[in-house]
Every structure is written in C-alpha cells, then in structure tokens.
Design a protein around this ligand. Structure first.
Ligand SMILES: *Cc1c(COP(=O)(O)O)cnc(C)c1O
Length: 357
C-alpha cells in the first residue's frame, strides 16, 4: 500500500530526493565517500554550497542586493537573531501575532528590545490574519509569519511598510518555495528546512545586504549575520547532509518547472481538499475563508461529539498517516507541502467521502 505522510514537520520529501539521498549516503559523486563523512572544506562540498545557493537565488529570483545564508538553530534561532542583529538597544519593532510561532518570536524580541504587537488574532484562536493595524512610526521592522503551520492561515497579500527606514521580516518556514513571492518586498526572510525543503538541521536566511552592516551590539560570532556572510555559511561546520537534501529538493522543483509551476499544483491540491471540507456535511474548516493556507489544512468534525480517533484510524488503514490536528485546534490537519503528491490529496478526499462515521 502506498503511504502518504501528512505530517506538519518534519514532513514528506519527494521520492526522487529520497532515492538520490540513499545513493549519496552510500557514496557521494564517485568520491568513494559518503556525503555524511565528507569535510565541508572538500571541493565537492564547497561546490554543493555554491550550487544550492545559486539554485535558491534562481528559484526565488533573489535580487542582487540580497545575501543567502544556510544556518543552524532552526527558525527558533532566528526569533533571536533577527532582533539581536536588527534592533538597536531601547528601540522597538512591530509584530503581528498570528499563532504560536509568532508568539515565540515576540517573546524573544522582548528580551532584546520591545515588540509592539500591532495585530493579533489570539482572541479568536488564530483563525484569521489581522488586516487592520497601524505601524508605529519609530518601529525598526515589521515581523510576520507568512504561513501559520498550526492554525492553517496564510498571508495572501503582504503588509506594505509605510516608513522608508523600516522593512518587512517574514518567517516563511512552512510556505517557502510553495508560491511566487517578490523578495524585494522583504528586508529579511527565514525558513527552517524541515517543512518544505528538506530535513531538519538547516535554516535558510535571505537578507538585504544594507541591513548587515548595522553593528548595534557586540554579538557572539555564531549569532552575527555578518560573520556567516563573510564565511559563506561555513564559519563553523555546516550541516552538510541537510544542505545536500535541500539541493536535491531544489533540483526536483526545477524539474517541475520552478516555483510558478509548483504553485499551480499547490493551488489545485488545496482547492480539492477545501472543496471536500466545504461540501461534506461531516466536516468543517475552523479557518476564515480568505486566509486559508495552501500548505496546512486543518478541519474538524461538524458534530463535535464524533470520535476523531476513529477517523484517524480509518485513514491510517488506508495509508494516510499523521493527520491528527495540533492539540490547540483539535480534529485533523493535512499538511500538503510541495512534496505531497496530488494523488495523496485524492486519496484523502476519497476517504472523507467514504467515511460513514
Ligand atoms: C516549525 C516552525 C518553526 C520552528 O522551527 P524550528 O526549526 O523547530 O525552530 C517556526 N516557525 C514556523 C512558521 C514553523 O512552522
């Protein structure tokens, strides 16, 4: 039976990527060595880092005045690195709170400076994206979470910055490479790999280069964007294996025709699933219709007395795994990242149609 993994993260990866990784674990590019035992200073790995950076720049059309970094510490490390590098002592930044991840980013910012929470959907269990807010005139940047992995909301239009000295920062961990974005709208974006790009262990940061030179404080080297840029993401031993898998995933996206093409598939997959949720009297969506995520799709039983575990067991028997909703939403969540084939969505829709309760 074909297995479909709907996990929110770490999440499914494309079959060709797993196959290539298998080979590289055994032997990398006829070197007689496994990719996981090779020095990051060796020629093939230097080349790998050059390739993966080139690929991400092509796929995301990264403008010339931006730097690409491959760091460790996950998106969670960026919750701290962003204010440490970009927020002067005693100053403030605007944050929009759209879920647990943005709440954590806010919490970390407050250890460095002040986070103005200018919009929040907390009172409504983060079921929508707030679109009425006023940026503070002296805010250094505005931080958003582009896709809320747990609650299943996603920005369709990004906020405009109304102060020329400020800039937009986005946590794109769960929707990077899923749709076309205009990088020039952002001062910085970051994304942990393990949702839509690869395994855990590496985090992509794309930063406008004029923001790097602001030395607001004497930072530990590992937390300083400037250090990592200067050392081309090899200040210390980088996570070569994770970067290898990301590179393979990027090749796979290129093979499909790039982000433009994968976005079309993602729209089709998400529409199929939402149509079924809306059509099927057994289920409903807890998310505001205009803010529905294309990547993480939570749904619940319309009748809350129905047994979630029974449906989860029914799905497991059909090879549809890890559909349990996050505990803060309940019910079910289908994460349909780039690597989830359309056939997986078809199978899930069929299970929803055939389920008799
Ligand atoms: C998973 C996730 C994180 C946390 O990522 P780590 O790599 O575990 O630090 C942060 N933000 C978003 C939007 C996520 O989905």
């Amino acid at each position: 039976m074909k297995i479909y993994n709907f996990s929110a993260g770490p999440a499914c990866l494309p079959d060709p990527v797993i196959l290539a990784t298998n080979q590289a674990i055994t032997e990398y590019k006829s070197t007689g060595m496994s990719v996981i035992e090779m020095s990051h200073r060796s020629e093939p790995i230097e080349q790998l880092f050059g390739e993966v950076t080139h690929r991400i720049k092509q796929l995301l059309r990264v403008p010339e005045n931006y730097e690409v970094l491959w760091l460790q510490g996950g998106a969670s490390m960026q919750f701290s690195m962003v204010p440490l590098n970009l927020l002067p002592d005693g100053s403030s930044a605007d944050y929009i709170e759209t879920g647990s991840w943005s709440a954590k980013a806010i919490h970390e910012c407050n250890k460095v400076g002040f986070a103005n929470v200018i919009g929040s959907s907390k009172e409504n269990n983060f079921s929508y994206i707030p679109n009425k807010f006023t940026q503070k005139f002296d805010s250094k940047y505005l931080h958003i979470t582009s896709n809320n992995t747990i609650y299943g909301t996603q920005y369709k239009v990004f906020p405009r910055i109304n102060n020329k000295d400020s800039f937009l920062v986005a946590d794109m961990s769960s929707d990077i490479l899923s749709r076309v974005i205009d990088i020039s709208q952002f001062g910085l974006i970051y994304a942990g790999a393990q949702k839509n790009m690869g395994p855990a262990g590496v985090t992509l940061v794309i930063i406008r280069n004029d923001l790097v030179s602001k030395k607001y404080r004497d930072l530990p080297a590992m937390l300083d964007y400037g250090v990592h840029i200067k050392k081309r993401s090899m200040f210390n031993t980088p996570p070569v294996f994770s970067v290898y898998v990301v590179n393979e995933t990027l090749k796979w996206i290129e093979g499909i025709g790039g982000v433009e093409e994968i976005e079309k598939v993602n729209i089709r997959k998400a529409n199929k699933l939402y149509s079924e949720i809306d059509r099927n009297p057994l289920f409903r969506s807890p998310v505001n219709i205009n803010d529905r995520s294309m990547m993480n799709i939570p749904f619940v039983f319309a009748d809350s007395s129905m047994d979630d575990n029974a449906f989860l067991g029914y799905c497991t028997d059909r090879g549809l795994l890890t559909l349990k909703g996050h505990r803060s939403v309940g019910g079910f969540r289908a994460s349909v990242y780039n690597a989830m084939p359309e056939s997986g969505v078809n199978e899930l829709v069929l299970a929803m149609q055939e389920y008799k309760g």
